[in-house]
Design a protein around this ligand. Structure first.
Ligand code: B12
Ligand code: SF4
Ligand code: SF4
Length: 353
C-alpha cells in the first residue's frame, strides 16, 4: 500500500486510505431517508442505480477494495465586485474530472505492475457512488455540517476520487494509507457558521434542500432560476463557495495550503468576467473560452441564464439595462425578464431613467 500512496503523492494527490467494498451498504438507510424529501430534476440521477451505490461489484465485477484519494484545488478568488461575475474556485481551471481521472488511471496502471492480473476502475464524481462515505471510512477525513469532507492537508478544498480494485485477499478493515495520519477536528458543537451564512438558505430544519443551493441552481438546474432566489446569487455565475469560505476549521487547515495542480490555475481575467462584457458573449465565444473547463458542461444557454441573474444584482447600470433589453433568443425568458425588471427598478430609483 505504501507504494500506491507514494505514487499518489508523486501525482499531487493526497492518499487517504482504503476500505473493503463490502462496507458500502452502510450508507443506504440514511441515503434513502434523505432522498424521501424529493429529488430536483437536475439531480434526478441520484435516485437511480441504488443497487450499484450499495454494491460496488456492479461497477467493477468482484470489487473487493476501494482506495480513496483527494486532490487539492484551493486558490484565491476574491471577486467581491458586484459588476464582476464570480466562478466557484473549483471551476477556475481545467475540468477536474479529466485531471483526477487521469491520475487515478496512472495509479491503477501502477497497481497492475505490483499485482499482475488485477482489474481497476477509476471514479470521480460519477454517481452512483458514496465518495464522501468512503473518504470518511479511512479515518482521516471528516464530513462537516456544510456537507463537505475535509482533510488535514487542504481542508474541504479537495476533490475526491477513488480506485476500485478486485485484488483478492483484500483487507477486512478500513485504514489510512499512513498509520500516523491524524483525524481532522470535527465541527465544534456550537458552530453552524456554514449553515447560517449559506446565501440560498439551503440548510433548513428539515435538512439540506438541494434546490435552494446556489451550486445546484447555477450548475445542475435545467430550468429557470426562481425569481425569489435571484438576489441570493449576488455576482455568482457558476457554483458557490460560501459554506467553505465561512468555515473556521477550513481556514485553520489552510494555513499552509498545498499548491493546487497547475491544471487548476485560473484561466479568466477580471475584464473577461465583467458582467456587462459577458452579456455580449456569443455562443462561439463561450465554446472557445470555456472549452475543457467545468463551465463548458452547462452549455451556453444555462451560462447566459446565470449571467442574466447576476446582472439583476448589479447596482443600477444603464449599460447593463440596455444590453438586457437587446433582442435575444433565450430558453430562459423568465430569468431574463426578472433581470430587466430588477435593473429597471434600480435605475429609476437612482432618478436616472
Ligand atoms: C449531487 C451532488 C451535488 C448536488 C447535491 C449536494 C448534496 N449535498 O446532496 C449539488 C449540485 C447541490 C452539489 C453541490 C456541491 N458539490 Co457536489 N456532489 C454531488 C455528488 C455527485 C453526489 C452527492 C450525493 O450523493 N448527494 C445526495 C445526498 C442525498 O447525499 P448527501 O447528503 O451528500 O449524503 C448522504 C449519503 O451520501 C450518505 N453519506 C454520506 N457520507 C456518509 C458517511 C457515513 C458514515 C454514512 C453512514 C453515510 C454517508 O448519507 C448522507 C445522508 O443521506 C457528489 C459526488 C458523489 N458521487 O458522491 C459531489 C460532491 C459531493 N460535490 C462536491 C463539491 C465540491 C460540491 C460543491 C462544493 C461545488 C461548488 N463549489 O459549487 C457544492 C457544495 C454544496 C454543499 N454544501 O452540499 C465534492 C465534495 C468534495 C468534498 N471535499 O467533500 C463531491 C464529492 C465531488 C467530488 N468527487 O469531489 N453537489
Ligand atoms: S454551495 Fe452555497 S448555496 Fe450551496 S450550500 Fe454551500 S453556501 Fe449554500
Ligand atoms: S462552519 Fe462550523 S459547522 Fe460548518 S463545517 Fe465548518 S466547523 Fe463545521
Amino acid at each position: 500500500m505504501e507504494a500506491i500512496a507514494q505514487k499518489a503523492r508523486e501525482l499531487g494527490l493526497i492518499p487517504l486510505g482504503y476500505a473493503p467494498a463490502a462496507l458500502a451498504p452502510r450508507g443506504e438507510k440514511s441515503f434513502r431517508e434523505h432522498l424521501r424529501a424529493g429529488i430536483p430534476a437536475g439531480v434526478a440521477y441520484l435516485g437511480k442505480n441504488q443497487e450499484a451505490r450499495n454494491d460496488p461489484s456492479l461497477i467493477l465485477p468482484n470489487c473487493s477494495l476501494i482506495m480513496s484519494f483527494a486532490l487539492p484545488y484551493y486558490q484565491e478568488n476574491l471577486s467581491e465586485d458586484p459588476e464582476t461575475g464570480r466562478i466557484s474556485i473549483y471551476a477556475l481551471g481545467r475540468d477536474y474530472h479529466k485531471t483526477l481521472r487521469k491520475k487515478l488511471d496512472l495509479i491503477g496502471k501502477h497497481l497492475k505492475t505490483l499485482v499482475p492480473g488485477c482489474n481497476t476502475r477509476a471514479i470521480t464524481d460519477s454517481a452512483p457512488f458514496y465518495e464522501q462515505f468512503f473518504a470518511e471510512m479511512t479515518g482521516i477525513a471528516v464530513r462537516g455540517k456544510n456537507n463537505l469532507v475535509r482533510v488535514n492537508q487542504g481542508g474541504s478544498w479537495v476533490f475526491l476520487g477513488e480506485l476500485l480494485t478486485d485484488i483478492s485477499g483484500a483487507v477486512s478493515e478500513s485504514r489510512p494509507f499512513s498509520a500516523g495520519e491524524q483525524h481532522p477536528a470535527p465541527c465544534p458543537p456550537g458552530c453552524r457558521l456554514c449553515q447560517t451564512r449559506c446565501p440560498g438558505g439551503a440548510f433548513t430544519p428539515q435538512g439540506f434542500k438541494i434546490e435552494r443551493c446556489l451550486s445546484y441552481l447555477t450548475i445542475e438546474n435545467p430550468g429557470e432560476i426562481p425569481p425569489e432566489m435571484i438576489p441570493a446569487l449576488g455576482n455568482r455565475i457558476y457554483g458557490c463557495d460560501e459554506c467553505q469560505l465561512a468555515c473556521p476549521e477550513n481556514r485553520k487547515l489552510l494555513r499552509r495550503p498545498p499548491a493546487p495542480d497547475p491544471d487548476f490555475k485560473c484561466r479568466y481575467s477580471r475584464e473577461l468576467l465583467s458582467i456587462s462584457a459577458l452579456l455580449d458573449l456569443t455562443e462561439e465565444d463561450f465554446l472557445r473560452i470555456f472549452a475543457g473547463s467545468p463551465v463548458f458542461r452547462i452549455g451556453y444557454q444555462a451560462f447566459m441564464r446565470n449571467v442574466f441573474a447576476a446582472a439583476a444584482n448589479v447596482p443600477g447600470n444603464p449599460e447593463i439595462l440596455r444590453k438586457l433589453k437587446a433582442p435575444r433568443d433565450t430558453v430562459y425568458p423568465l430569468t431574463l425578464r426578472e433581470s430587466i425588471r430588477a435593473q429597471s427598478a434600480k435605475f429609476s430609483k437612482n432618478g436616472e431613467a
